[in-house]
Write a protein that binds this ligand. Structure first.
Ligand code: FHN
Length: 414
């Protein structure tokens, strides 16, 4: 990516963040006039071709009285997430903050009347979590010149995309970058066929106001600081630039009534390790409901991850891919930090309870379970293979795993 290196330090150390999709669509929850509109819920307006005048009426009913920014940030923190990316404006064009650019915003158009983005920014600062903003720069289904709304504004010839950028995007970005303190990432989305000129202008505009603010690759044309992989997609090998995988916890990004396809904690943990082990960050999404509550089931899953990270976080944060380790491993994977390699064992071996590891160029001087404070040594039998100039090791394990999710073994290298 373009600016790789610049300001990436905090991001590279973080490894795990929370994505939050929350907007007017959370009220409909994927259903319109008694009919389920196909996934995902934040696309309900477009997928259901809902006329803007009808969709807008939801604002009068949107009153998330249970919203508590501190609570959300605490959930993220207890899960071990180091940054939060929250939707300030998604494709529907409704601003979830108090913008003066348009009355179509949560503070002016709803009975709630508050500015959740401000409250979240403050809560993040208080809790030491990096505050980041999602902004849909191309699609805006409310602005007549924005992209995507072909049912209310069918006449493409009448659209002036440049006017939308000047009237809506830049003034809103200006507000978001000047009224809410330092922003860790300005997270853009779906640039599709957006002309390069506007992408460059927006990137320069953001950097002109907050030079330290990172921009993800969905700004388009390789102008970002790091690569956002496709939604829910994890590359199978390490990638030569900084990258991040955005992932849903169930199937929808926004809250969807009846979407119970929750991923299991063990699945998510394996994803976290696979992503970190290949040098990426994991941005895991939650979709709070219309009252402002992160669903219970979701909180429970996150708590399991958080409990594991409290014990094993050393093997995740600030890690890099393990050097010289090109093989796909069926038992789990590696992360690395300084002179330590972390073996994440998801699949415990059957008798004789040992894992064979090779291709290490350096000898292991000590091995122990990360959760074992006394660091009782684990037996590792090592043989040097001069032909291949590497060590072949047998890591001898007890019969049962120490952790039912992922047992981490530290290999301290000489
Ligand atoms: O269209 C959006 C979608 O609603 C969601 O915000 C995801 C998150 O990465 N991004 C787009 C699709 O890639």
């Amino acid at each position: 990516m373009i600016n790789a290196g610049k300001n990436m330090d905090w991001w590279r150390k973080a490894r795990f963040g929370m994505f939050i999709h929350w907007g007017l669509y959370s009220l409909a929850g994927g259903w319109w006039e008694g009919r389920e509109v196909p996934f995902p819920s934040e696309w309900i307006m477009k997928n259901g071709k809902i006329p803007l005048k009808d969709y807008k009426k939801q604002a009068g009913l949107f009153n998330p009285i249970k919203f508590d920014a501190r609570e959300w940030v605490k959930i993220a923190k207890q899960t071990g997430m180091k940054y939060i990316v929250v939707t300030a404006k998604h494709h529907d064009g409704f601003a979830m903050y108090h913008t003066k650019v348009s009355p179509y915003n949560i503070a002016d158009a709803t009975p709630f009347g508050r500015d959740p983005i401000r409250e979240l920014a403050e809560a993040c600062r208080a809790e030491g979590v990096v505050f980041c903003i999602y902004y849909s720069q191309m699609q805006d289904w409310e602005h007549p010149d924005g992209a995507g709304n072909t049912w209310d504004f069918p006449d493409e010839d009448k659209k002036d995309f440049g006017r939308y950028i000047e009237e809506r995007v830049k003034p809103q970005l200006h507000e978001l970058l000047t009224n809410y303190g330092p922003v860790g990432i300005m997270w853009f989305d779906t640039p599709y066929e957006m002309p390069k000129k506007y992408c460059e202008e927006i990137a320069d505009f953001v950097r002109g106001i907050q030079p330290q603010c990172l921009i993800n690759s969905r700004i388009g044309y390789g102008l970002g600081d790091y690569r956002s992989m496709g939604d829910n997609s994890i590359p199978v090998a390490s990638y030569p630039h900084d990258w991040e995988t955005p992932m849903t916890l169930n199937d929808s990004w926004g809250f969807k009534e009846g979407d119970d396809n929750w991923k299991l904690p063990e699945t998510l943990l394996r994803m976290l390790v696979d992503i970190n082990g290949n040098g990426g960050n994991f941005l895991l999404n939650v979709g709070p409901d219309a009252l402002g509550v992160i669903p219970d089931r979701c909180v429970k899953i996150l708590k399991t991850l958080g409990d594991w990270l409290k014990v094993n976080g050393e093997s995740i944060y600030e890690t890099t891919p393990a050097p010289d380790f090109p093989y796909v491993l069926n038992w789990g994977g590696f992360t690395a930090r300084e002179n330590r390699l972390y073996m994440h064992v998801f699949q415990w071996p059957e008798s004789p309870y040992e894992i064979l590891v090779y291709t290490f160029k350096t000898k292991v001087k000590n091995a122990y379970f990360l959760s074992d404070k006394s660091k009782t040594p684990i037996k590792v039998l090592q043989t040097y293979e001069s032909g291949r100039d590497e060590y072949r090791m047998r890591v001898l394990l007890p019969e049962k795993p120490i952790d039912s999710l992922d047992t981490v073994i530290v290999l301290e290298l000489e």
